[in-house]
Design a protein around this ligand. Structure first.
Ligand code: SF4
Ligand code: SF4
Length: 117
């Protein structure tokens, strides 16, 4: 099995605003993302702290981008993070992943040999 490329990357966690519906960070509403790690960005939306700024860096990201990273709330990460796929993870290219990696001088991921037709 191929190693998870995200564990040696993290570029998307330091490239974009990660915003989502407020209830995902409200335990009373069934949310699991820690409220204290979010900031309000509109009446209905919050963002991961650190991502709503000119040079985003999610507060939950640990480690060194492009070397070794992990998300310290991985099991509680919000929907944009759960839904974001590394390029070719599902056999499809993700240009947003590639754009984030390029910002940190990381080459685009290559498709797995098993997905090349
Ligand atoms: S930019 Fe792509 S490879 Fe890097 S952590 Fe995000 S999804 Fe994974
Ligand atoms: S919550 Fe985790 S996966 Fe989502 S941006 Fe922050 S560090 Fe990345």
């Amino acid at each position: 099995m191929e190693p998870n490329p995200c564990l040696a990357c993290g570029a998307c966690c330091v490239s974009f605003r990660v915003s989502f519906y407020w209830a995902e960070a409200d335990a009373a509403a069934g949310g699991v993302t820690p409220t204290e790690l979010t900031t309000v960005v509109s009446p209905y939306r919050v963002a991961m702290r650190g991502t709503d700024q000119a040079h985003p860096h999610c507060i939950a990201l640990e480690g060194e981008v492009g070397v070794q990273v992990y998300c310290r709330i991985y099991q509680q990460r919000p929907s944009p993070c759960r839904e974001f796929r590394a390029s070719w993870e599902n056999g499809e290219r993700n240009e947003t992943c590639e754009r984030a990696r390029a910002r940190y001088s990381l080459l685009p991921l290559a498709p797995a040999l098993s997905t090349v037709k």
